[in-house]
Design a protein around this ligand. Structure first.
Ligand code: MN
Length: 378
């Protein structure tokens, strides 16, 4: 993908992320997360839902006052009072959200398609008159009738909306259908599109990227993919995939990815799994003999990018799957230079210990094994 495309990253950790069942951020945590996202380079931060009032409104106001480089967006229903509250908080941008699928219109809104367009149009016209940047969110867009979605998007454009947020609200898209649907909207409406994808089938990041490939210039994400149900597209995955798979460098300060992930993990009370893509502690841990041997010869044999780029460190893990090359390299770190023969002698003990403990070995345990084994013989 060429760099003349201008991709805008919209982080909604503080809105969709906090909507995760059971997650509540303290106000100071919301402020801290906004600062970290801004430091990283995120272009727009969806900070929350101003009309909720109380602490939510206070936190959003405080974030708006920080003077960050990022645009600060408030989430709104197509209701004038919601938008007025976003303005009162100091937001420069608003997301105006309404469902476009028949199942939502019929059962949730208990209204008609015409009513949906009317509400949206009125709200967008008001927000534009107030000088705000406007994203029109088509909730449940992926399950909406295509012709109606086109009509809705044309009406949004006509009313002055700056972009359409294409929401795969229940996460039912795959990258192939995403590409086709988003491409059709862009071709038929000629409006900027933001991808907002959910991970119910584990494809949130893939679908977000497919949308970008189809021409969406905005991509909505959350730290660690935090979000309703199975979550959203993960910020760190989208940024690194754009760089290494699409060859599109956002020039973000990616070295702080691990720090941001740890902070959001603690603040949300959600674990940060070792196997999490991009920022998990296992991303650069190597144990199996063949991999470790390759790694020692050249790190890129088994790594897509370097650990420092995301604030992690490479780890050589010694355990059941280790080979002699890794054992020798590990002992060399302690200043013990084993011959190949000594390493071969030690390896079965290392492996047996790992099996009996059902885990890899700590550095100290390795030294004890060495002392026991060679101490006995001399
Ligand atoms: Mn969502």
């Amino acid at each position: 993908m060429t760099e003349d495309r201008r991709i805008t990253v919209v982080d909604t950790t503080l809105r969709d992320g906090e909507q995760t069942a059971g997650v509540v951020f303290a106000n100071y945590e919301k402020v801290r997360i906004a600062k970290l996202l801004d430091e990283l380079g995120v272009h727009q931060i969806e900070a929350g839902i101003p009309v909720m009032g109380g602490d939510e409104q206070k936190a959003i106001t405080e974030i708006c006052k920080l003077g960050l480089k990022a645009s600060i967006m408030g989430w709104n229903r197509p209701v004038i009072k919601d938008i007025e509250t976003s303005i009162a908080c100091g937001c420069d941008a608003v997301a105006i959200s309404i469902s476009t699928s028949d199942i939502h219109i019929k059962y949730k809104l208990q209204a008609s398609r015409d009513w949906v367009i009317e509400q949206m149009t009125k709200a967008v016209e008001f927000a534009k008159k107030e000088g705000l940047y406007v994203s029109v969110n088509a909730e449940d867009a992926s399950r909406s009738d295509h012709d109606f979605l086109v009509r809705f998007a044309l009406a949004a454009k006509e009313a002055g909306a700056d972009r359409l947020r294409y929401c795969d609200t229940v996460g039912i898209l795959d990258p192939f259908s995403t590409y086709e649907k988003v491409r059709a909207i862009i071709d038929q409406v000629g409006i900027e599109v933001e991808m907002h994808t959910h991970n119910d089938f584990g494809m949130a990041t893939a679908n977000a990227l497919a949308g970008v490939k189809a021409g969406a210039n905005y991509v909505g994400v959350t730290v660690l993919g935090l979000g309703e149900r199975a979550g959203n597209a993960a910020l760190e995955e989208v940024v690194m995939a754009l760089k290494y798979i699409f060859n599109y460098d956002l020039h973000f300060k990616t070295e702080i990815f691990r720090d941001i992930a740890e902070y959001v993990s603690r603040a949300s009370g959600r674990e940060l799994p070792a196997w999490k893509a991009i920022v998990g502690s296992n991303m650069f841990a190597h144990e199996s003999g063949i991999h470790a041997d390759g790694m020692l010869k050249h790190p890129h044999t088994y790594e897509a990018f370097s650990p420092e780029e995301v604030g992690l460190q490479r780890q050589m893990v010694i355990g059941k799957h280790s080979g002699t090359a890794a054992v020798r390299a590990k002992f060399a770190e302690y200043g013990i230079h084993l011959t190949r023969h000594q390493a071969q002698e030690l390896l079965p003990v290392v492996r047996a210990t790992a099996v009996s403990l059902k885990r890899s070995l700590f550095d100290k345990e390795l030294v004890y094994i060495y002392e026991d084994y060679f101490g006995k013989r001399h």
